[in-house]
Design a protein around this ligand. Sequence first.
Ligand code: PLP
Length: 439
Amino acid sequence: MTIAATPSFVFHRIAGRELPAVSRAVGAVVWDTAGRRYLDGSGGAVVVNIGHGREEVAAAMARQAADAAYVHGTHFTSEVLEEYARRLAVHAPGDCRRLYLLSGGSEATETAVKLARAYHLARGEKGRHKVIGRSVGYHGNTLGTLGLSGRPTLQAPYEPMLRASPRAAAPFCYHCPLDREYPACEVACADDLEAVIAREGPETISAFVAEPVLGASAGAAVPPDEYTRHVRETCRRHGVLYIDDEVMTGFGRTGRWFGIEWSGVAPDIVTCGKGMSGGYAPVGAVLTTDAIVEAVEGAGGFVHGFTFSHHPVTAAACLATLEILERERLVERAATVGARALARLQELRAHPEVGDVRGRGLLMAVELVADGRTRRPFPRAERRAEAVAARAFAEGLIVYASAGCATGTEGDVIMLAPPLVATDDEIEEMVAILDRVLS
Ligand code: PLP
């Protein structure tokens, strides 16, 4: 049965399009209620790291729901949450081993930003309230997190309501915001953070937020190796907290537990979501250091929290997900399978409209351009990324389309981020379908 067959009372995300209804999903494959098979080439929105249909995750959630589905985070802790935090601490970047569990990535960003402010207040630095984002960049869809993001098309309708935050140039070499060429640029985008801090006044800056690999806003753009080390050092020098946004890159997606590990630097606060539960429960989280928690608690505690923070069933889903990631060595698998997949995807450069193929681990993207030599994007009115994604969907391949990486509104990207369990054959089939669609 499709939505078309019965009147729907759901306010769907996309208007004017009939959505098939999902029936079941296993590994990297989804079936709709009409029996059609789809390869999940993007894990939905880069979520399904451990693969669909994991009965042990469902069983762990059901057990916890039957035992104690909900308690408020100010009344109780739970054994499952404590156990999860202990197990996750082993993999956490740097010293960020203290877990604040939430229900989504945007909540995680909001929490990180408030935590940074609480930390500075606790230390008597009352002037520090600004958070520097990057252009381009994405940290969420609430009013607060949109203000931090560099996504003009998502921001435009709400512009008068957004609190604009200072933005530094993103390390996005294919469309360098500073119009420079790597390596001759000597990573000028990293120096740009220094310039923004100086312009705004270091004593007003609370934090800098950055994705270790740019996600949907740029399509899996990997920064030059030295960039992250450089901006980390700039933050340290100015007493600015470094918020590492791992909502898309965390939990193995780039071939490391967290994307920032590739650069070897330690952040102050980490935001998580998506692959943390593999999609089995709506999730987000903040990880931070003992030093930050102790400073905030020493000054009276963190004035924050949501009804569903620290949720036991969410913790059960995340713990079962973590056990699968560890036992099946899926993080390591993302690195090896990802390297092969990216090499295969590079062959799509033979299509004149493929301008770039990039990524790290199993976070990959193909950028479509009107002119490969000048990297000129297609006019937005053509909605190329959406058209290619729709054709792929019709051929049984789910990809994640994104627009705006080149000029803010223009720049078409097709993201591929299959479950970390996808087989080489499945990835081959995904690339073959995309190849056909681009032809
Ligand atoms: N940060 C990054 C890097 C993301 O990719 C996203 C979502 O795509 C978010 C934050 C927001 O997460 P959510 O959609 O779960 O609120």
